[in-house]
Design a protein around this ligand. Structure first.
Ligand code: HEC
Length: 154
């Protein structure tokens, strides 16, 4: 209770003293860096069904595997960045837990690519998705504030 009030107070102070809106850079960071990098990893192994049957898209060359490994490494760096003040300031402690989750899974993702394991890359890719979604469930992209507002107009 006490700490929650303190956090709310800090948020208000930040809003009052800081004209920069942190979530603008967050949106850009997510849309232009995190999302494309995750997609590179997700695209590494794909199962596609069409009229000619089921196809497995898998890395063919060392360069393909290296691309996946690099994407995993970059996701880990993004997880570390999310823990810095620039992105975590004013948020609850669970924020860093989510960001650490991204760092942890990125290590498994990198290992799977190093091992050139098709199954592992596919499996870890699914877990990456859960890690992204977990944070978005608690810190969703902003929605119109009409019903979320605490101010009752009476
Ligand atoms: C530590 C929390 C956290 C993690 C982990 C996280 N995100 Fe986000 N993400 C956010 C927040 C907060 C926003 C809302 C940004 C805003 O204000 O628009 C967001 C927004 C987004 C958006 C929408 C951007 C837009 O154009 O509005 C995409 C896409 C996205 N995240 C992708 C990902 C992917 C992919 C991952 C996993 C690899 C991921 N995120 C992991 C916190 C997180």
């Amino acid at each position: 209770m006490k700490s929650k009030l303190a956090v709310l107070g800090l948020g208000a102070a930040l809003l009052a003293s800081c004209s920069q809106q942190p979530d603008v850079s967050m949106k850009d960071f997510m849309a232009k860096q995190v999302q494309p990098t995750a997609k590179t990893y997700w695209d590494t192994v794909q199962y596609v069904s069409d009229e000619t049957g089921d196809h497995e898209i898998v890395p063919k060359t060392d360069a393909d595997w290296e691309k996946a490994r690099k994407a995993a490494e970059d996701l880990g760096k993004f997880g570390e960045l999310l823990q810095t003040d620039a992105y975590s300031k004013g948020r609850n402690p669970d924020w860093k837990t989510f960001a650490e989750g991204l760092v942890d899974i990125s290590k498994q993702a990198e290992q799977a690519a190093k091992d050139k394991s098709v199954d592992k890359v596919f499996e870890v890719g699914g877990t990456i998705y859960s890690v992204c979604s977990a944070c978005h469930t608690i810190y969703p992209p902003p929605v119109p504030a009409a019903t979320a507002s605490s101010g009752e107009p009476t």
